[in-house]
Design a protein around this ligand. Structure first.
Ligand SMILES: [Zn+2]
Length: 105
């Protein structure tokens, strides 16, 4: 149930045309929290995912050595080496890493 002040523009009629609410009674709910991680906020590791730490630097990747993340899937690249889809918990950055560059913990 919404309440409006008697002098709200919604109730201008008949003296003046009605206008959108100007008393705050229709105020939209506070903006929902954005899904984007704020600085310092840590992503939760989904249940059932393998928590890993990157033990090698990855070339052509923004991932850094000792980044903590989880494995979200596996793929085989053209070089036939098995790769893991690494999701960094700090910011959700995803990249492919060779399986032997991560350790589970
Ligand atoms: Zn109003």
């Amino acid at each position: 149930m919404k309440y409006h002040w008697s002098d709200c523009s919604l109730h201008n009629m008949p003296a003046m045309p009605n206008k959108p609410c100007n008393c705050g009674g229709d105020a939209p709910p506070p903006k929902s929290k954005s899904n984007k991680l704020k600085e310092g906020e840590i992503m939760k590791i989904p249940e059932g995912k393998t928590k890993v730490k990157l033990m090698k630097s990855v070339s052509q990747s923004q991932l850094e050595i000792f980044d903590v993340g989880y494995i979200d899937g596996y793929a085989q690249a053209a070089d036939e080496r098995p790769y893991a889809v690494f999701v960094r918990v700090r910011d959700g950055l995803m990249d492919m890493v060779t399986i032997n560059s991560v350790v589970a913990f």
